[in-house]
Design a protein around this ligand. Structure first.
Ligand code: NDP
Length: 337
């Protein structure tokens, strides 16, 4: 059983060598007196929050990984043996699994049966998995978008951002995204249908850039990066604006998070700033699928994945998220069934 192991807790920017690939033996049967399942892993999802699980902390926000053990994350798998009443051999599922070829789950906790196989299975690592759920409820539940409102999305070409933009466009909003390369900006404008997009790395003054794209201010900010970007956005919010704090990737590798100086704007502009975690929306997963699947099948929702081949490529794929190497949702293929 080939596995990706976390070597030790990570400080600062993660490196490929913080993980290594090894092979161990595995029993391909679930013990008879258990409630477990054995998964054959097909696709893995690379997600920024995984960085938070790589660090040691006295008061962790996420349960830390165990050095010397496989990385754990979301993935798409096939059930190859089961003693669990809800899962049977042959079922396709997505949920928490190990970064390895086969994973024993003694008690499956977050494991959804895949509701439709007319779309590529890898979609369940993103569009029809955690990222899609995050984008959908983060926009609709946290921001309540209305027709004609001005929406800004950072890290806009990534797994979550590309979908937030499209959901906001279908809600009738004016949508601008920022991303870190010309290729990504082109995708935003020409593939995902954003009204405007810019490369934040080419802007010396983020406040001025936002004023250029939002002369009348921002109603909704979907926050993916934090730090200086949040500070600049706060200066450009309209009265009664909403900020969905989804993530702050610019802060994940810092030992000391940057300060935000323009928080008083929240008062003057009566802004609602709300964090959220996708886990709270898991009970509504199948409702989300019913809402988006028809548009996916009709090609109305565009989706870009960045695919790395093989478990050996997983460490580089994961750390690539923090330098913007990924173009679209970062997926690792272990086996295409
Ligand atoms: P992406 O697919 O967007 O990949 C990460 C992207 O972030 C990179 O490609 C890069 O794009 C950008 N980035 C990396 N470092 C920086 C930096 N220092 N400053 C600015 N941008 C940076 O990831 P996801 O779509 O999966 O996740 C997006 C955000 O959503 C993350 O913050 C994540 O933690 C959060 N999230 C939160 C969830 C929740 O439950 N609240 C659930 C899922 C995700 P670029 O080239 O444009 O810089």
């Amino acid at each position: 059983n080939k596995q990706v192991i976390l070597r030790d807790y990570v400080t600062g920017f993660p490196k490929e060598t913080d993980m290594y690939v090894t092979t161990t033996s595995i029993n391909l049967r679930v013990p008879e007196d258990s409630n477990g399942v054995l998964l054959k892993n097909l696709y893995l999802s690379c997600d920024p929050y995984m960085r938070s699980r790589m660090k040691h902390s006295e008061e962790p926000d996420f349960v830390p990984y165990t050095p010397g053990s496989p990385i754990v994350g979301f993935g798409v798998s096939k059930v190859v043996d089961s003693r669990h009443p809800e899962y049977k051999k042959g079922d396709l599922v997505w949920g928490y699994t190990g970064w390895e070829e086969y994973t024993h789950l003694s008690e499956p906790q977050v494991l959804f049966k895949i509701p439709n196989t007319d779309v590529p299975l890898s979609y369940y690592t993103g569009l029809l998995g955690m990222a899609g759920l995050t984008a959908y409820f983060g926009l609709h539940d946290v921001c309540s978008p209305k027709k004609g409102e001005y929406v800004y999305i950072s890290a806009a070409s990534g797994a979550v951002g590309q979908l937030v933009g499209q959901f906001a466009k279908s809600a009738g909003c004016y949508v601008v995204g920022s991303a870190g390369s010309k290729e990504k900006v082109d995708l935003l404008k020409n593939k995902f249908g954003f009204d405007e997009a810019f490369n934040y790395k080419e802007e010396n003054d983020l406040d001025a850039a936002l004023k250029r794209y939002f002369p009348e201010g921002i109603d909704i900010y979907f926050e993916n990066v934090g730090g200086k970007m949040l500070d600049a956005v706060l200066l450009n919010m309209r009265a009664h604006g909403r900020i969905a704090v989804c993530g702050m990737i610019s802060q994940y590798n810092l030992e000391q998070p940057e300060g935000v100086t323009n928080l008083m704007q929240i008062i003057y502009k009566r802004v609602r700033l709300q964090g959220f975690l996708v886990f709270d929306y898991f009970p509504q997963y199948y409702k989300f699928v019913d809402a988006v699947l028809p548009d996916i099948k009709q090609g109305k929702i565009k989706y870009v994945e960045d695919t790395a081949e093989g478990l050996e490529s997983a460490p580089a794929a994961l750390i690539g998220l923090f330098s913007g190497r990924n173009v679209g949702k970062q997926v690792v293929v272990i086996c295409r069934e």
